[in-house]
Design a binder for this molecule. Structure first.
Ligand SMILES: NC(=O)c1ccc[n+]([C@@H]2O[C@H](COP(=O)([O-])OP(=O)(O)OC[C@H]3O[C@@H](n4cnc5c(N)ncnc54)[C@H](OP(=O)(O)O)[C@@H]3O)[C@@H](O)[C@H]2O)c1
Length: 185
Protein backbone atom coordinates (compact mmCIF):
# COMPACT_ATOMS: atom_id res chain seq x y z
CA UNK A 1 0.00 0.00 0.00
CA UNK A 2 3.11 2.20 0.00
CA UNK A 3 2.64 4.15 -3.20
CA UNK A 4 -0.60 5.95 -2.36
CA UNK A 5 -0.92 8.90 -4.71
CA UNK A 6 -1.98 12.25 -3.24
CA UNK A 7 -5.59 13.04 -4.01
CA UNK A 8 -6.27 15.75 -6.56
CA UNK A 9 -9.22 18.12 -6.87
CA UNK A 10 -10.53 17.49 -10.39
CA UNK A 11 -14.28 17.47 -10.00
CA UNK A 12 -14.33 13.73 -9.38
CA UNK A 13 -16.94 11.68 -7.60
CA UNK A 14 -15.07 9.89 -4.81
CA UNK A 15 -16.50 7.09 -2.73
CA UNK A 16 -14.26 7.72 0.25
CA UNK A 17 -14.00 5.87 3.55
CA UNK A 18 -11.85 4.66 6.33
CA UNK A 19 -12.62 0.95 6.41
CA UNK A 20 -11.88 -1.97 8.72
CA UNK A 21 -9.79 -4.79 7.31
CA UNK A 22 -12.97 -6.90 7.06
CA UNK A 23 -14.80 -4.31 4.98
CA UNK A 24 -16.94 -2.32 7.42
CA UNK A 25 -17.11 1.48 7.37
CA UNK A 26 -19.11 1.63 10.60
CA UNK A 27 -19.61 -0.82 13.43
CA UNK A 28 -22.97 -1.94 14.86
CA UNK A 29 -25.35 1.00 15.47
CA UNK A 30 -23.11 3.18 13.27
CA UNK A 31 -20.26 2.99 15.81
CA UNK A 32 -17.19 4.94 14.71
CA UNK A 33 -15.05 4.68 17.87
CA UNK A 34 -12.83 2.01 16.25
CA UNK A 35 -11.39 4.69 13.98
CA UNK A 36 -9.82 6.59 16.86
CA UNK A 37 -7.12 3.95 17.36
CA UNK A 38 -6.02 4.15 13.71
CA UNK A 39 -3.23 6.60 12.85
CA UNK A 40 -3.60 8.61 9.65
CA UNK A 41 -0.50 9.71 7.72
CA UNK A 42 0.48 13.29 8.57
CA UNK A 43 -1.27 15.74 6.27
CA UNK A 44 -3.78 13.24 4.90
CA UNK A 45 -6.83 14.83 6.49
CA UNK A 46 -5.71 18.26 5.23
CA UNK A 47 -5.19 16.81 1.75
CA UNK A 48 -8.82 15.69 1.58
CA UNK A 49 -10.09 18.86 3.23
CA UNK A 50 -8.31 20.81 0.46
CA UNK A 51 -9.59 18.72 -2.46
CA UNK A 52 -13.20 18.29 -1.34
CA UNK A 53 -15.74 20.75 -2.71
CA UNK A 54 -18.94 19.13 -1.47
CA UNK A 55 -20.13 16.04 0.40
CA UNK A 56 -23.08 13.78 -0.33
CA UNK A 57 -24.36 11.52 2.46
CA UNK A 58 -27.41 9.46 3.30
CA UNK A 59 -30.06 9.92 5.93
CA UNK A 60 -28.88 7.17 8.29
CA UNK A 61 -25.37 8.59 8.48
CA UNK A 62 -26.81 12.05 9.09
CA UNK A 63 -29.19 10.85 11.81
CA UNK A 64 -26.29 9.08 13.55
CA UNK A 65 -23.95 12.13 13.32
CA UNK A 66 -26.00 15.28 12.56
CA UNK A 67 -23.13 17.76 12.66
CA UNK A 68 -21.48 19.05 9.46
CA UNK A 69 -18.67 20.57 11.56
CA UNK A 70 -17.44 17.06 12.34
CA UNK A 71 -16.33 16.38 8.76
CA UNK A 72 -12.55 15.82 8.70
CA UNK A 73 -12.47 16.74 12.36
CA UNK A 74 -13.55 20.27 11.49
CA UNK A 75 -10.79 20.77 8.91
CA UNK A 76 -13.38 21.01 6.11
CA UNK A 77 -16.41 23.18 5.66
CA UNK A 78 -18.64 23.43 2.63
CA UNK A 79 -21.93 22.29 1.17
CA UNK A 80 -23.27 19.01 2.55
CA UNK A 81 -26.14 17.25 0.79
CA UNK A 82 -28.17 14.55 2.53
CA UNK A 83 -30.28 12.26 0.40
CA UNK A 84 -33.54 11.26 2.06
CA UNK A 85 -37.12 10.33 1.19
CA UNK A 86 -38.20 12.35 4.28
CA UNK A 87 -36.65 15.82 4.01
CA UNK A 88 -39.63 17.31 5.83
CA UNK A 89 -38.79 15.72 9.17
CA UNK A 90 -35.07 16.64 9.13
CA UNK A 91 -33.93 19.47 11.42
CA UNK A 92 -32.87 22.42 9.22
CA UNK A 93 -29.11 22.90 9.64
CA UNK A 94 -26.89 25.61 8.22
CA UNK A 95 -24.84 24.39 5.26
CA UNK A 96 -26.92 21.23 4.87
CA UNK A 97 -29.39 20.62 2.03
CA UNK A 98 -31.76 17.68 2.32
CA UNK A 99 -32.47 16.27 -1.12
CA UNK A 100 -35.28 13.95 -2.15
CA UNK A 101 -34.20 13.06 -5.66
CA UNK A 102 -32.55 10.30 -7.62
CA UNK A 103 -28.81 9.63 -7.30
CA UNK A 104 -28.07 11.07 -10.76
CA UNK A 105 -29.64 14.39 -9.82
CA UNK A 106 -27.94 14.34 -6.42
CA UNK A 107 -24.54 13.98 -8.11
CA UNK A 108 -25.34 16.75 -10.59
CA UNK A 109 -26.26 19.09 -7.73
CA UNK A 110 -23.27 18.03 -5.64
CA UNK A 111 -20.73 18.47 -8.43
CA UNK A 112 -22.12 21.90 -9.29
CA UNK A 113 -21.76 22.93 -5.65
CA UNK A 114 -18.23 21.48 -5.48
CA UNK A 115 -17.07 24.17 -7.90
CA UNK A 116 -14.49 22.03 -9.71
CA UNK A 117 -13.26 20.22 -6.60
CA UNK A 118 -14.31 16.68 -5.74
CA UNK A 119 -17.68 15.47 -4.57
CA UNK A 120 -17.16 13.00 -1.74
CA UNK A 121 -19.80 10.35 -1.22
CA UNK A 122 -19.91 9.33 2.45
CA UNK A 123 -22.59 6.68 2.09
CA UNK A 124 -22.30 2.97 1.30
CA UNK A 125 -25.89 2.78 0.04
CA UNK A 126 -25.58 5.81 -2.26
CA UNK A 127 -22.16 4.67 -3.45
CA UNK A 128 -23.66 1.33 -4.49
CA UNK A 129 -26.36 3.12 -6.47
CA UNK A 130 -23.79 5.35 -8.15
CA UNK A 131 -21.54 2.39 -9.00
CA UNK A 132 -24.46 0.75 -10.83
CA UNK A 133 -24.97 3.99 -12.75
CA UNK A 134 -21.27 4.31 -13.62
CA UNK A 135 -21.03 7.55 -11.64
CA UNK A 136 -18.18 6.70 -9.23
CA UNK A 137 -14.82 7.96 -10.50
CA UNK A 138 -12.70 6.53 -7.68
CA UNK A 139 -13.12 4.34 -4.61
CA UNK A 140 -10.73 5.85 -2.09
CA UNK A 141 -10.07 3.79 1.03
CA UNK A 142 -7.93 3.93 4.14
CA UNK A 143 -7.77 0.48 5.69
CA UNK A 144 -7.66 0.55 9.49
CA UNK A 145 -5.89 -2.28 11.35
CA UNK A 146 -9.00 -3.72 12.99
CA UNK A 147 -11.57 -6.48 12.44
CA UNK A 148 -15.14 -5.43 13.34
CA UNK A 149 -17.14 -8.52 12.42
CA UNK A 150 -20.43 -6.60 12.06
CA UNK A 151 -21.73 -3.18 11.09
CA UNK A 152 -22.22 -1.24 7.88
CA UNK A 153 -20.43 -2.79 4.94
CA UNK A 154 -18.69 -0.71 2.31
CA UNK A 155 -20.44 -2.71 -0.37
CA UNK A 156 -23.49 -4.82 0.37
CA UNK A 157 -25.06 -6.31 -2.73
CA UNK A 158 -25.68 -10.04 -2.24
CA UNK A 159 -27.37 -10.53 -5.65
CA UNK A 160 -24.96 -8.36 -7.59
CA UNK A 161 -22.28 -9.42 -10.02
CA UNK A 162 -18.64 -8.77 -9.04
CA UNK A 163 -17.45 -5.24 -9.79
CA UNK A 164 -13.98 -5.39 -11.33
CA UNK A 165 -11.57 -2.64 -10.32
CA UNK A 166 -8.23 -1.23 -11.38
CA UNK A 167 -5.92 0.08 -8.67
CA UNK A 168 -5.08 3.75 -9.24
CA UNK A 169 -1.37 4.48 -9.50
CA UNK A 170 -0.27 0.83 -9.49
CA UNK A 171 2.24 -0.51 -11.99
CA UNK A 172 -0.01 -3.54 -12.45
CA UNK A 173 -3.55 -2.30 -11.77
CA UNK A 174 -4.88 -5.85 -11.43
CA UNK A 175 -2.25 -7.04 -8.93
CA UNK A 176 -3.41 -8.16 -5.50
CA UNK A 177 -2.38 -5.95 -2.58
CA UNK A 178 -0.42 -7.86 0.06
CA UNK A 179 -0.92 -6.93 3.70
CA UNK A 180 0.21 -8.75 6.85
CA UNK A 181 -1.02 -8.11 10.39
CA UNK A 182 -0.57 -9.57 13.88
CA UNK A 183 -3.35 -9.62 16.48
CA UNK A 184 -2.57 -7.17 19.30
CA UNK A 185 -2.13 -9.10 22.56
N1 LIG B 1 -15.74 5.09 7.89
C1 LIG B 1 -15.93 6.24 7.28
O1 LIG B 1 -14.98 6.85 6.76
C2 LIG B 1 -17.32 6.83 7.18
C3 LIG B 1 -17.53 8.08 6.58
C4 LIG B 1 -18.83 8.55 6.48
C5 LIG B 1 -19.89 7.80 6.94
N2 LIG B 1 -19.67 6.58 7.50
C6 LIG B 1 -20.77 5.74 8.00
O2 LIG B 1 -21.59 5.25 6.96
C7 LIG B 1 -22.86 4.90 7.55
C8 LIG B 1 -24.02 5.38 6.70
O3 LIG B 1 -24.20 4.58 5.61
P1 LIG B 1 -25.54 3.73 5.27
O4 LIG B 1 -25.34 3.21 3.89
O5 LIG B 1 -25.84 2.81 6.40
O6 LIG B 1 -26.68 4.77 5.36
P2 LIG B 1 -26.88 6.12 4.58
O7 LIG B 1 -26.51 6.00 3.17
O8 LIG B 1 -26.28 7.20 5.41
O9 LIG B 1 -28.47 6.26 4.71
C9 LIG B 1 -29.33 5.44 3.97
C10 LIG B 1 -30.59 6.25 3.79
O10 LIG B 1 -30.34 7.35 2.90
C11 LIG B 1 -31.50 7.63 2.15
N3 LIG B 1 -31.25 7.38 0.74
C12 LIG B 1 -30.29 6.59 0.17
N4 LIG B 1 -30.43 6.61 -1.18
C13 LIG B 1 -31.49 7.42 -1.44
C14 LIG B 1 -32.12 7.84 -2.64
N5 LIG B 1 -31.68 7.44 -3.84
N6 LIG B 1 -33.17 8.68 -2.56
C15 LIG B 1 -33.60 9.12 -1.35
N7 LIG B 1 -33.06 8.76 -0.17
C16 LIG B 1 -32.01 7.92 -0.24
C17 LIG B 1 -32.57 6.68 2.66
O11 LIG B 1 -33.16 7.37 3.75
P3 LIG B 1 -34.72 7.47 4.06
O12 LIG B 1 -35.48 6.71 3.01
O13 LIG B 1 -34.84 6.86 5.41
O14 LIG B 1 -35.02 8.91 4.07
C18 LIG B 1 -31.76 5.50 3.14
O15 LIG B 1 -32.44 4.69 4.05
C19 LIG B 1 -22.91 5.58 8.91
O16 LIG B 1 -22.74 4.63 9.92
C20 LIG B 1 -21.73 6.53 8.88
O17 LIG B 1 -21.21 6.75 10.15
C21 LIG B 1 -18.41 6.08 7.62
Amino acid sequence: MGEFEPQTANGKVLWHFTMSLDGFVAGPDHAMDWMAAATMQPGLIEQYARTTGAVLGGRDGWDAYPDPRGIYGGAWSGPLFVLTHRPEDATPTEGVTFLDCGPVEAVRIGLAAAGGKNLEVFSPSIGRQLLELGLVDEIDLHVAPVLLGAGVRLYDNPAGAPIRLHRVGAEDPTAVVNVRYRPLR
